[in-house]
Design a protein around this ligand. Structure first.
Ligand SMILES: Nc1ncnc2c1ncn2[C@@H]1O[C@H](COP(=O)(O)OP(=O)(O)OP(=O)(O)O)[C@@H](O)[C@H]1O
Ligand SMILES: [Mg+2]
Length: 267
């Protein structure tokens, strides 16, 4: 099972759009896909028509069942999306209190990892959409995944956010004692603006190995897709934004394969 986390401590950089669009492309290719919404704001859940203020069972129940020692099955928390091959583990607003409730408790960093382990045979791909904050939810996502995707908006303020995210990653990798491969994805690139071009150039100078060598363009069709509650691939597969995510998907799958080859070679 391929598990990807989409994270950046900076808000509004395209995390949720990246999660939905990549998930849609995987499902369209026939892979049984699970999207997980870890953001208390629940944008990903709202995308597919679920209200995070009123939803009953959500990813919050996963953490709660751990504390309450209940055996509520993960299946009871899952919801449908617009695509038959793609399910959603929604967020609820209650997640906002999670750090205060359980953040300091031993073992809470592996709740998602353990739950997905139980579900290995059900899905070929899992994509985890993180909130723009470092806390127990992001820690869980980073411990559960085998690749991290960091969307970075192509504007200068976003570069600071990227540095902060990479420091967080380093800290978490040290405490988990396992290296995590990551890919930096420039998003919302507007070729008409100097700022976008300068920022991309700066990214290319600073981050070579982990930077995807293309970018996701600004495309108003993402807004249309979210209004329709569908990933862009089912609304307009030919949209520039969708085509760019499709090329990104090939790169991410290559990173996974290279990782697997290295693990096999290491025995
Ligand atoms: N490539 C793009 N072109 C045009 N609009 C985009 C693009 N990517 C994202 N958007 C829009 O920008 C807004 C923010 O995107 P998104 O919600 O994906 O960011 P986010 O990082 O998940 O935000 P948050 O940190 O609040 O969770 C949304 O309205 C989305 O439709
Ligand atoms: Mg989001």
């Amino acid at each position: 099972m391929q598990i990807w986390t989409v994270a950046n401590q900076k808000g509004g950089v395209g995390k949720t759009t990246t999660s939905v669009t990549l998930g849609g492309l995987l499902a369209q290719r026939g892979e049984k896909t699970l999207l997980i919404d870890l953001d208390p704001h629940g944008s990903l859940s709202s995308y597919f028509g679920y209200n995070p203020d009123t939803i009953e069972e959500s990813v919050y129940s996963l953490f709660h069942r751990e504390v309450a020692h209940s055996h509520m099955p993960l299946a009871s928390m899952l919801r449908r999306t617009s695509m038959p091959k793609m399910d959603l583990l929604p967020a609820s607003t209650a997640l906002v209190a999670l750090d205060r409730q359980i953040g300091a408790q031993e073992g809470m960093g592996l709740v998602l990892h353990d739950a997905l382990n139980e579900y290995k045979s059900h899905y070929q791909a899992v994509i985890i959409d993180c909130p723009p904050t470092l806390g127990v939810l992001m820690v869980n996502a980073l411990a559960a995944c085998n690749q991290l995707i960091i969307p970075v908006q192509t504007e200068f303020l976003a570069l600071h956010g990227l540095e902060r995210m990479l420091k967080t990653l380093e800290m978490i990798m040290l405490s988990n004692k396992h290296a995590l491969n990551y890919t930096i994805v420039p998003t919302m690139f507007d070729k008409r603006t100097r700022a976008s071009k300068d920022c991309l150039e700066q990214l290319r100078k600073t981050y070579t190995e982990h930077l995807w060598n293309e970018c996701i363009p600004v495309d108003t069709q993402f807004r249309e897709a979210s209004r329709a509650g569908q990933p862009l691939c089912t609304l307009n597969a030919l949209a520039r934004g969708n085509q760019a995510y499709s090329r990104l998907l090939s790169r991410l799958q290559l990173v996974d394969e290279t990782d697997m080859d290295m693990m096999r070679a290491a025995g």
